[in-house]
Design a binder for this molecule. Structure first.
Ligand SMILES: [Zn+2]
Length: 205
């Protein structure tokens, strides 16, 4: 789904962004705070194909979804009903883990690039703990893992990694060895190809 429209919404001194996503005649509204989802709610509608898509974001049926998103933030619906419920379940963090693809709780936890990585033992789904602090070369490698998660693949100029994340003199390992180890830890596949004068690395899982 592509972002079709965004609008700002202030509540209790925080700046939320309400995003409208669309694909064909299917639309979803979600609230964001600091570029991250503000809560787990999505508001969706599938409109009749007779509707002119050029005019869609002015429609009352779409505005209603945006109003619902704002109302739930203002009323703290997520905090009241979901976070409060999770808090009373008294599960350890490990017991709370679950694969969103296949619903199993059989999850392998490891630490990769200074954050936890979760791998579903049943379907192979991989996801990561959200970073609270970042720095150094972490944003470069996070772009790769997030790109793979969001788009199914990520491409990056090989020279960027050669001069930053996998500099040879840092770890006494060659660029190719560091790249292979890193990709293997993150369960990523990769290939190198040329585009014009540049060598491009493509990652996927
Ligand atoms: Zn799974």
């Amino acid at each position: 789904m592509n972002i079709i429209h965004t609008e700002q919404f202030q509540h209790e001194g925080k700046n939320y962004e309400i995003r409208l996503y669309g694909s064909g005649w299917d639309f979803t509204v979600e609230a964001y705070l600091d570029s991250k989802r503000a809560n787990g709610y999505s508001y969706s509608v599938s409109l009749p194909t007779a509707i002119d898509l050029q005019r869609v974001h002015g429609l009352d049926s779409i505005k209603l979804l945006v109003e619902h998103a704002k109302r739930d933030i203002a009323n703290k619906v997520w905090e009241k009903y979901v976070e409060a419920y999770v808090a009373c379940l008294k599960k350890t963090p490990e017991q709370s883990l679950g694969c969103r693809k296949c619903s199993t709780r059989d999850i392998l936890v490891s630490t990769v690039d200074q954050r936890k990585m979760y791998e579903c033992k049943k379907c192979g789904n991989v996801w990561y703990e959200t970073r609270t602090v970042t720095g150094g070369f972490l944003p470069i490698i996070d772009d790769i893992t997030e790109g793979v998660e969001g788009n199914g693949f990520h491409e990056i100029d090989t020279s960027i990694l050669l001069n930053t994340v996998f500099r040879q003199h840092d770890k006494g390992l060659s660029f190719n060895d560091q790249l292979r180890n890193w990709a293997s830890q993150n369960k990523l596949k990769y290939e190198v190809f040329s585009r014009g004068k540049n060598q491009i690395l493509k990652f996927w899982r």
